[in-house]
Design a binder for this molecule. Structure first.
Ligand code: URA
Length: 189
């Protein structure tokens, strides 16, 4: 893939009309954070608050994500946070396969620019649209998968944790694994 600049990529995202999702939004949500982050977090798609503000994970699920990161001593500004689709699906429905496909080159370009060492896949949509089209988040969460020297950690989406508190313990275990891996990679253990 040809590597493009952040400016050009964000311009392309903001003007994209490749799928019908752009027809019903307030703002595109390209993603934000440290452009050279060790950790990239991939969610599903913008929700209500994200659509209004134009930033990823700024609603209730985002607040929980911030707390989860803080609990393992990671600040939001140090990671790169984005989504499978950059436009909010109506009523927060799951993006269709073709909507996700239409958006995928943007995610690929973000990956090529950030070059993260760890990718946290938040929820089933992030898992299925990246490394495991038939994968189950319940079965795959909490286990590292190394692909081309990048470590993938599937975990529950924070919105799922807000709906079902019983998932929080497992999510906490996953967060601890992420902290450990970061230290391993950066030679601190
Ligand atoms: N849920 C997501 O998957 N992404 C966001 O940006 C917000 C909520």
């Amino acid at each position: 893939m040809i590597k493009i600049s952040w400016e050009s990529l964000n311009r392309q995202i903001l003007s994209c009309t490749a799928c019908p999702l752009h027809l019903n939004i307030t703002n595109k949500v390209p993603g934000q954070g440290n452009p050279k982050a060790d950790i990239m977090i991939i969610g599903e798609g913008p929700g209500y608050r994200e659509d209004i503000e134009g930033f990823a994970f700024v609603g209730p699920a985002g607040h929980l994500l911030t707390k989860m990161l803080a609990a393992i001593d990671i600040e939001r500004k140090d990671v790169f946070i984005c989504n499978i689709v950059k436009c909010r699906p109506p009523n927060n429905r799951v993006p269709t396969f073709s909507e996700a496909e239409a958006c995928k080159n943007f995610l690929r370009a973000q990956l090529a620019l950030v070059k993260p060492k760890i990718i946290v896949l938040m929820g089933s949509v992030a898992l299925k649209n990246t490394i495991a089209p038939q994968g189950s988040i319940t079965a795959m969460r909490g286990k590292w998968i190394n692909i081309k020297d990048v470590w993938f950690m599937p975990t529950f989406h924070p919105a799922a944790l807000l709906r079902d508190e019983s998932k929080k313990r497992a999510a906490w275990e996953d967060m601890k694994l992420i902290r450990q891996k970061l230290e391993e990679i950066n030679g601190k253990v």
